[in-house]
Design a protein around this ligand. Structure first.
Ligand code: SAM
Length: 287
C-alpha cells in the first residue's frame, strides 16, 4: 500500500474561535484525554473527558463552536483507516497498478482506494459517459473511472509526464479499457482550452481535478465550460493535509487551495459538498 497522505484531524487544541482573514473560522479540537491533561484548563478537560468516554476511548473531533451542538465526528487513525480500506472493493487490476506504483517516485500522489471507489460510484450514479481527468499520473483514478464507464464511454486523461503515461497506458490495455481513454500528453490547461476551441463545451458529464494546486481556479473555470448542467467537477486535495485550516501556514499551494475553497463557497454556479476522504475532495455540481 502506498503512503498517500490521508487527512487526520489531530493536535489542534483550539478552544477559542479566532477570526481568520476577516471571516469567522470554526475551529476543531482533538479529543485525546492523555494529551489534553497537558494542554487545557480543568473545566474544558472535564467536558472533553466526558465526550471521549462516551465514545469508548475512541478519538473524536468535536466542533468547538457551541452552535454546532457539540457535534462529534470520528478521527481516522491508522487502525480505523486500515479497517476502511479492508471494506473497499478494489478490482484486482487496480490493486496491481497500486502495488506497482507504490515502488515508484511520487506514489503518495495517487488517490486512495476508498477515493477511487467513490469516484467510480459518482460516475455510476450520474450515468456519466464523457469524462475528463486533470492529472493522471500512473492512472489509478482514471482506470477506476474507465472500468465503470459504458463501452461507448470516453475519458480525456490530461498528464504532462510521459513516464507516468507509459504505466497508465499499460494498465488501460491490460484492463481492456484503452478504447475509452484518450490520453493527452501536455499541460492540462492547454488541453482543456483546445477542447473548448473544438466546440466541446457542455459536452462532458464528469471531471476530476488532481494536478497542479496553484492552477485549481483556472482548471475549474475551464471545466465549468466543458461540463454540462447537472454534471460534476470533483476536486482533490482540498484539505491539503489540514494546512488550509492552519492560519500559520501560508505557502503558495496552501494559499491557492484556501482561496479556491473560499471562492467555491461564494460560487453560485455550482452546488458543493466538501468530503473529508483521502486529503479531502469537493464535489461540485454545475447548476
Ligand atoms: C496527484 S497526481 C495525479 C494522481 C492520479 N489522479 C491518481 O490517482 O493516480 C498529479 C499529476 O498531475 C500531473 N501534472 C501536474 N501539473 C500538470 C499540468 N500542468 N498539466 C498536466 N499534468 C500535470 C503530474 O505530473 C502528476 O502526475
Amino acid at each position: 500500500m502506498s503512503s498517500r497522505m490521508v487527512l487526520r484531524c489531530t493536535n489542534s487544541f483550539a478552544l477559542s474561535q479566532p477570526k481568520f482573514n476577516g471571516c469567522f473560522f470554526p475551529l476543531i479540537y482533538h479529543i485525546n484525554a492523555s494529551a489534553l491533561t497537558r494542554h487545557v484548563p480543568a473545566t474544558a478537560l472535564s467536558f472533553c473527558q466526558l465526550q471521549a468516554s462516551k465514545l469508548h476511548d475512541s478519538q473524536v473531533t468535536v466542533a468547538s463552536d457551541v452552535r454546532y451542538g457539540g457535534k462529534q465526528i470520528i478521527t481516522v487513525d491508522s487502525p480505523l483507516y486500515d479497517y476502511i480500506l479492508s471494506n473497499v472493493r478494489e478490482p484486482k487490476i487496480l490493486r496491481e497498478l497500486r502495488e506497482e506504483t507504490a515502488t515508484m517516485r511520487g506514489s503518495q500522489m495517487q488517490v486512495s482506494p476508498d477515493q477511487a471507489q467513490l469516484l467510480a460510484m459518482l460516475i455510476q450514479i450520474l450515468g456519466a459517459k464523457r469524462c475528463i481527468e486533470v492529472g493522471t499520473y500512473t492512472g489509478y483514478s482514471s482506470l477506476a473511472v474507465a472500468l465503470v464507464l459504458p463501452e461507448e464511454g470516453h475519458l480525456v486523461a490530461c498528464e504532462r509526464d510521459d513516464k507516468s503515461i507509459e504505466v497508465a497506458k499499460r494498465y488501460y490495455d491490460r484492463a481492456g479499457v484503452s478504447h475509452k481513454v484518450d490520453v493527452r500528453h501536455g499541460l492540462a490547461a492547454d488541453t482543456l482550452k483546445s477542447l473548448i476551441q473544438n466546440g466541446e463545451s457542455c459536452r462532458y458529464d464528469f471531471a476530476f481535478v488532481d494536478a497542479e494546486k496553484r492552477m485549481y481556479q483556472e482548471y475549474f473555470e475551464l471545466l465549468l465550460q466543458l461540463v454540462r448542467i447537472g454534471g460534476l467537477i470533483v476536486v482533490d486535495n482540498v484539505l491539503w493535509h489540514g494546512r488550509v485550516a492552519d492560519p500559520l501556514v501560508n505557502d503558495s499551494k496552501t494559499l491557492s487551495i484556501r482561496n479556491f475553497n473560499r471562492n467555491l463557497m461564494e460560487d453560485k454556479r455550482v452546488d458543493i459538498s466538501m468530503v473529508p476522504i483521502g486529503d479531502g475532495m469537493t464535489i461540485c455540481r454545475k447548476r
